[in-house]
Design a binder for this molecule. Structure first.
Ligand SMILES: [Zn+2]
Length: 403
């Protein structure tokens, strides 16, 4: 069978023969806009893992196959020895605070991201404006606390939950605001955790948007919180240390940690569990190890990134992913958590997280380095790993952004 491209060239040759066209200078555009050559293309969404070239045209992937001639592309990047994976999708960041944030993330291989609750209804327009101007695909979760993240705790005063204003803000920005964030730890919500979540759902359910909650160290028991979630909602900081982590408090840290049954239940109901690295109180090496050893992997891995995290603990998405390699999670599973799984969490990311002909040309080019690398948890615990992913570039909608 003739491919379309081959058919066109055969047809063109036939036409030339028939009409004896004179030789014109070759001014026609290259067949592809961009060619990423010779990388190890890994697309966990279709269990694809082989050395290939990725050809891009018009913002979409045109072909994934070995040995595409460099002369067919206007621009090429040599990715030999590197991983070429779907553009990373970071569903928990605070990249909506500064206007340059999204570009910094793009250099880290992040082509789609979510600002998770930096602002509430009082100042949502500011973060929406930043998202709209971002050089990547950026979406926003509105904090159910109208003042956003505040030092005294977003939800300590339940009067900070303004249902009408939150609903109006989402309706005003349906294209950008894709859900609601509720930070529920004791130092953020006090005893208001369940009531704040109920009110958040009273806005989210009728509008059909998700809620992302921040679990761990809550006043209320985790099963009571999970009972208020609906399919598609997201629980971030899955490995938060006790109290009210995913392993029951009495057994947490022992050799026989027992997963809270409501967590397994929630997963069956279609609730996502996200890592959310962050910098304060979200994980210890022991708490992550307990999860990974019990094969309770996160559905998605995210950074909880902000500019302060660029030089502390988090650094960038590839560094966060490297921590899971150190803990023994397989590479393709780690990549899935940052690509295909993450793409499934919000409708805005539908169709992303894959590298196949016809899909949006979002890619991350990563260098998998070997050596001795130190990583830190949220409590200054240090571990040394032998592998580290380092971003070497990104392609967003067909455009190359070098690291
Ligand atoms: Zn956060």
């Amino acid at each position: 069978m003739l491919t379309r491209r081959r058919f066109l060239s055969v047809a063109a040759a036939g036409a030339a023969t028939l009409t004896r066209l004179p030789e014109f200078p070759r001014l026609h555009a290259a067949e592809y806009d961009l060619l990423i050559r010779g990388g190890r293309v890994m697309d966990p969404s279709r269990k694809f893992d082989q050395v290939a070239d990725v050809a891009i045209r018009g913002g979409r992937i045109a072909a994934v196959q070995p040995n595409i001639a460099a002369s067919t592309a206007a621009e090429t990047m040599d990715a030999a020895g590197k991983l070429v994976v779907p553009g990373l999708i970071d569903i928990h960041t605070h990249a909506g605070r500064e206007k340059e944030d999204a570009d910094l993330c793009l250099a880290d291989g992040v082509t789609s991201l979510v600002d998770a609750g930096s602002q509430g209804s009082d100042r949502i327009d500011e973060v929406v404006a930043i998202a709209k101007a971002a050089p990547t695909r950026m979406r926003v979760l509105i904090n159910i606390g109208k003042k956003g993240i505040i030092p005294e705790g977003d939800l300590m005063d339940i009067a900070n939950v303004d249902i009408a204003a939150t609903r109006a803000a989402i309706e005003r920005h349906r294209d950008v605001v894709v859900g609601i964030k509720a930070r529920l730890s004791k130092n953020v919500a006090g005893a208001n955790d369940l009531e704040a979540l109920r009110r958040a759902q009273s806005v989210a359910r009728p509008l059909g948007v998700s809620i992302m909650i921040h679990m761990g160290q809550t006043v209320s028991a985790l099963p009571d919180i999970l009972a208020l979630l609906k399919p598609g909602d997201i629980v971030t900081h899955v490995y938060a240390p006790p109290p009210n982590g995913i392993f029951d408090d009495a057994s947490a840290g022992s050799g026989q940690a027992r997963l809270v049954p409501a967590v397994a239940d929630a997963r069956k109901r279609g609730i996502w569990f996200d890592f959310g690295n962050g910098r304060v109180d979200h994980f210890t090496w022991a708490s992550v190890e307990q999860g990974v050893n019990a094969r309770v992997f996160p559905d998605t891995i995210s950074t909880d990134w902000g500019q302060a995290a660029r030089t502390d603990q988090v650094f960038n998405f590839a560094t966060v992913l490297s921590k899971f390699l150190m803990l023994g999670m397989p590479l393709d599973r780690v990549i899935a958590c940052a690509t295909s799984n993450a793409a499934a969490t919000f409708p805005a990311f539908k169709g992303l997280g894959t590298v196949r002909a016809g899909s949006t040309a979002d890619l991350a080019i990563l260098d998998l380095q070997q050596g001795s690398f130190e990583f830190e948890d949220n409590y200054k615990g240090k571990r040394t790993g032998r592998l580290k992913l380092v971003a070497a570039g990104a392609v967003f909608a067909g455009k190359l952004r070098k690291a």
